[in-house]
Design a protein around this ligand. Sequence first.
Ligand SMILES: Cc1ncc(C[n+]2csc(CCOP(=O)(O)OP(=O)(O)O)c2C)c(N)n1
Length: 275
Amino acid sequence: MSQSMEQALQEAKAVAKNMRKNILVMTNRAKGGHPGGCLSATDILAVLYKCYMRVDPKNPRWPGRDYFFLSKGHAVPAHYAVLIETGFLSKDELKDFREIEGRLPAYPSCEITPGIDMSSGSLGQGLSVANGTALAAKLNGTDQRAYVMLGDGELHEGQVWEAMMTAAHFKLNNVCAIVDYNKLQLDGSLDEVKTLGDLRAKWDSFGWHTIEIDGHDYEQIYNAFAEAIAFKDGPTAIIAHTIKGKGVSFMEDEVGWHAAAPSDEQLQIALKELS
Ligand SMILES: Cc1ncc(C[n+]2csc(CCOP(=O)(O)OP(=O)(O)O)c2C)c(N)n1
């Protein structure tokens, strides 16, 4: 690993640590939210934003920016947390999560929050939006990229598979889909609810360049995004094996933490663990 890469990944790790704490603080204070699926996505978002996203927090609508779409919108505290770390939002705003006033609604809103480019919450739509954005970039002759994060349970939505065909058909090499493959849905495991079978083979057969990684291994995450950028023949999917609730012992791999806020006592235990 080069020195600059090592330093970038150290910074991303520090970002992820703050993100995890802030996710827990936000959901505790609001007495609601989806911490499990936020914590599984945290390391990927930290690397993406610290190392790859070409964005300007001072000018969130900068026309030359890369796009990130959180298709699994219920995990928006993770997105707010990385937007705080990258200067789009201030830490003071944590208290506004799920409040009517303020800029941190329960689900992502591109009309309210700087740095958010797609309103979501209804699963299944993000890849279609990424495709449209990527096609527009091609028509405009820019090298902008569209990243989209999908939940594995979200793959139960039929629209995703239509969008997969579209991205391959148009050879959208500026689309990168990340599947947060934490193996848990809303109220059970993926295999109980509806199995995805051989997920990699499915993306492959839909014409995608597919990379499978450990979504908590910083070097693997970093290399996967680099490979996606280098791949020119079509869209890339990063299937990231993750753990729901990652980083907090009593939340890890527990479906009950899909949509449940930590109590004050649980928050203190979790913050201690993360320190
Ligand atoms: C169209 C639609 N159907 C159902 C839901 C309800 N819902 C919210 S989260 C969720 C589970 C999603 O599972 P997954 O994508 O694996 O999320 P993660 O485990 O990463 O949090 C469901 C079914 C929804 N938000 N949108």
